[in-house]
Structure formats: C-alpha cells, structure tokens
Ligand binder design. Sequence first.
Ligand code: FES
Length: 312
Amino acid sequence: MHQPRLKSKVRCTDREVGEITHVIVDPLSHDVSHIVVGGNGGGGRQIPMSEVQSVVDGLVQLRTASNALAQFPPLKREDYVTTHEVEIAHLEDHLHVESGEVLVPLPTLERNVPRRTFFMNLTHVIGALVALPLAFPVLKYLMKPMYSPFDNAWLKVGNVNRIKTDDVGMQFKYKKKVKEAFMPEAEVDKNVWILKASPAVLEEVYRGKDMEFRDQTGRLVWTNKKDVPYVVFSGKCPHLGCGYKWRKVPKLGKEIFLCPCHLSIYEPSGKVLDGPAPRPLDTLPIRVDAGGNVEIIDMEFKAGTKAQTRIV
Ligand code: FES
C-alpha cells in the first residue's frame, strides 16, 4: 500500500470526512503509524494505519464509518515534534509523504515539559549531582563562620570597687580573643561602661522588669535582675558604632555619655537625650560576685537601627 500523503482526501465507508492534516511516524521503524484527519467531521482525530483500507491517487479509504471516528483520540499536538525539529537518520529514505507537518511522538518523559527546558534542566541536575560532593566541603568551610553560634562566654573585666559614686559611668577595658572569618584568632582591645545605678536610674534601665538575653535559638542565656544595681553598657554607640565617653556638661548641669562622632548624648541610664542615635545604649549581661569581681558577656548589636539585633 502507498504511504498516505498530506492533504489527501479521506473517506469513511459512508462519506468523505476531510483531509490529512498530519502524519505521525514511528521513529524506529520509520513507518507512518497514524494519520490525522481534519475538517468535515474528521475532528483532528489520530487514526491508526490499521484502519486505512487503501491509498489510491490521493484518496485514503478508511474501514470505519464516519460515526465511529469519535472513538479515536484527538491529536495532542504538544506530545509531538515535527521532523524538521528532530534529526532521524535515514527517515527520508523511507518516508515519501510531501513536506509538511510530519510528526514524531515525544518520549513520555519529555511530554508536558518544553523540549529545550527539559534537556537544560536535566543537564543542570546532572551537573549539580556531580559537583555537589566536591563543593560541599568547600561550602561548609566557607559558610561556617557565618553560622557559628554567638560566643556567650563570661569575661572578667575588673572589680566594682573602682566605682565610688552612684550614676557615674566608669569605663572597664578588657581583651577578647576574636576569630574574624578566615583570619587567625587575634586578641582585641574592648571596653564597656559600668555604673552603679541609683534606684531612679535602675528603674529607667529595667522599667520594673528583669532583662533576658537569649541566643539565636531562643535559649535563655542570662537574666539581669532588675534590682542588681550594677549596669553595663556596650562600649559601642548604637548610632554607627563609635566609642563614647563620660562627660560633665556644665550647660546641662549633669553628667552624660557623649559620642563625639555625631554628638549623640545619652542619660546615665543609656536613654537618648539628643543626637542621631536610634536607640538607647545597649545593655549587656552582667554578674558581680561577693568580692565585687565583674563579669560580662560581650555582645555586639547592629548599628543604626531602632531594633536591637545581635550580630556577635
Ligand atoms: S556613632 Fe555615635 S553618634 Fe554617630
């Protein structure tokens, strides 16, 4: 039997039902496996070649009656590619339909996925699977400093017997071992300000409530009790992180914390009195033993924000 050609008329046993709009080719055998009949009631149905009785002079005769065509599935164009889009070796040696939409079924896996995207995604997945075992140790090493937990160690900073007057800021210097990303560990000079707060200043600091400090998992690290008079402030100004000083300001008739960088002024309680600082001085965990030895937990917070966000 001749191969059915595109645009050939198609007849059922009772009447003509349209013409061939596509032929579907088996990519392995190179034979035409189906014709697609459109127009006049053909309805774009895929009709298997087993239903073709004869092909004579551009007329395709089917074994089926026209009212039985509905049993054949309609063409799902997205499940096929044309022979212009795929290279099938020696197809033309076997196929004699005129040029047009000669279709080849897509592999099942590739259906419903745009063709190029499928292969691109597949290539990426394979590449990622190959690269992952190699990249993982490097990524782990590089990212470790970003995710290492905060250091909540207690640091000795001195003795409170240095403080002779209430509500007067006293600077305590200490050294801290710091490991910056991939640099070797180094010891840096740091400082905090501690004052022995009067009940009025203590009330301004704690607002009648104990102050809790938590780590990034939400675990409670320490609680500053609201009635312990020693209060410690981070040595960094919350505006942009400069160091600040304790100053007597005759004009104000009081002593305050003054940051020289942009002139933020803080009350002894750490409350902002003037300047660009977005929040009060950062209070840190403090504990004082019976002999007056002070320990603090060194914490650093994001500068320039109203919210207090711990970064170290
Ligand atoms: S850094 Fe202190 S006022 Fe700007």
